[in-house]
Unconditional design. Structure first.
Length: 214
């Protein structure tokens, strides 16, 4: 396989990294909001978020992407492939991250919550400024694992027309009749990217402050 073909794979991998990174961040924000809704005490919000999480955890990502891709035009919304891919990945990872965060929120020492209330924090302020940072710290390894899973799952967004690493490998394989070296190279690129995420994740985790005692 020529360097030119490998260079095309590297360029496509930038799209994979971009889509995954934006989706992971957007999914984390959605997950925090979902957690706040589930912990609000409102039974309707609790039930609604539970249904959301169950749906996006229970339905394969490929089916979710196809549903979004085909449903939005029916209601008059036409989005580019990039936006469709980000929406699909973000909603999917939000459901998993919300479940990861649930354990973190439940592990926040009750004494900290009571101290925040005594200091004049509202329930909302306590949630976002006290409980959320601790929950993120407690679940950080799980969030890094979810980021790696999304990077690998991003290979499915080719079904909505986005040319990322896997789609580029498919296109090059079909045009050059060299499937083995091309897909082996794509696999190597995925491995390097995910290895980099794991290494950075471990270093960030080691640099984070320790958890408060219960």
């Amino acid at each position: 396989m020529s360097w030119k073909l490998f260079e095309l794979l590297l360029q496509a991998s930038l799209m994979t990294i971009f889509v995954s990174f934006i989706s992971i961040l957007a999914g984390l924000v959605i997950a925090i909001v979902l957690s706040a809704m589930r912990m609000s005490g409102n039974r309707w919000l609790y039930a609604g978020t539970g249904m959301f999480i169950s749906f996006f955890r229970g339905v394969p990502l490929l089916v979710q992407l196809l549903l979004i891709f085909n449903l939005l035009p029916l209601i008059g919304i036409t989005l580019p492939s990039l936006a469709t891919a980000i929406i699909g990945l973000s909603l999917c990872t939000a459901a998993y991250q919300a479940e990861n965060l649930r354990g973190g929120f439940e592990g926040v020492p009750i004494g900290l919550i009571e101290s925040a209330e005594m200091a004049g924090f509202s329930r909302t302020q306590s949630f976002f400024w006290i409980r959320t940072p601790i929950a993120l710290r407690m679940t950080f390894p799980a969030l890094v694992n979810e980021a790696i899973l999304i990077l690998k799952a991003s290979s499915l967004v080719s079904v909505v027309g986005l040319v990322e690493l896997t789609k580029m490998a498919q296109n090059l394989s079909a045009s050059t009749y060299q499937p083995l070296p091309i897909f082996a190279s794509a696999g190597l690129i995925y491995l390097v990217i995910n290895w980099g995420v794991a290494v950075v994740g471990r270093r960030v985790e080691n640099a984070l402050p320790g958890l408060p005692a219960k």
